[in-house]
Design a protein around this ligand. Sequence first.
Ligand SMILES: [Zn+2]
Length: 129
Amino acid sequence: MAEVSITFKAHGGYEAPWIVVRGTDAADASAEVEALRVMGAFGAVKQIAAEFASTPVPEPGAAEAAVRAAFPNATEVQQQAASVPPAQSLPVCETCGGPTKFKSGTSAKGGAYQGYACTADRTHFDHVK
Ligand SMILES: [Zn+2]
């Protein structure tokens, strides 16, 4: 008799655990199946498969794709944020060494100005050229 191979697949999904039993003939294969059943191999495979499935490994790039899907304009947001200087990059006041904030506008005389104004004393103003 020809060699026999019997495959048990738990369900139709691609992730289904399965058992392949090989025998030299039908009787041998049947005996192997019965031996596995008696030993509880079918239940063990099912349990091991469940444990394995409960610790899924994310597909490569899946996290990145999820972030892109959730924030489709993320690149634009980053570019907009980059045009505003972060607080820690602000220079200190040249006069007193205190913290500054960026200001711009038009003076009473009509001239445009922009620069870093001292938060402690408004007369400490460092113009940006
Ligand atoms: Zn100052």
